[in-house]
Design a protein around this ligand. Structure first.
Ligand code: SME
Length: 132
């Protein structure tokens, strides 16, 4: 399995994990993140400029983001009023950002270093099978 089909299967697997209430991938196209495979509620944020929200900040800073409480953030794009915590892990190939894995949780403080490490491993698998 390759490309979008693999990414969608990964998001479906993540959706089974406790506390993973919205699981998705954004592709980086120029200066814009474009919603790709996802499982969860529909979101208005299908295109996010680099620098906007948690997702755009991850690209601007070239750094994964782990947010314990999104209600404390000013630069946040709300998908659901139920969301309390968010993690964004970059997907890279040869140092270049291809996109990111974005997970929302309804539980404050849901994500920690174990989630970041686990999702970083998954991001490598996804990067290796990026082309569809
Ligand atoms: N909350 C994100 C937007 C994407 S949704 O969570 C699906 C952000 O602040 O960038």
């Amino acid at each position: 399995m390759q490309g979008f089909q693999f990414r969608q299967a990964c998001m479906e697997a993540l959706d089974e994990l406790p506390g993973y209430d919205w699981s998705g991938i954004y592709r980086l196209e120029g200066d814009t993140l474009v919603l790709d495979a996802y499982v969860g509620a529909e979101t208005d944020h299908t295109r996010i400029p680099v620098g906007r929200g948690v997702c755009g900040t991850a690209v601007a800073q070239q750094k994964n983001q782990v947010v314990e409480d999104v209600t404390q953030l000013e630069n946040y794009l709300s998908c659901s009023l139920e969301t309390k915590a968010e993690i964004v892990v970059l997907i890279k190939k040869d140092g270049a950002i291809l996109g990111q894995i974005d997970i929302d949780s309804h539980r404050r403080g849901a994500f920690g270093p174990e989630d970041e490490a686990f999702l970083s491993g998954l991001a490598e698998l996804i990067a290796a099978r990026w082309e569809s």
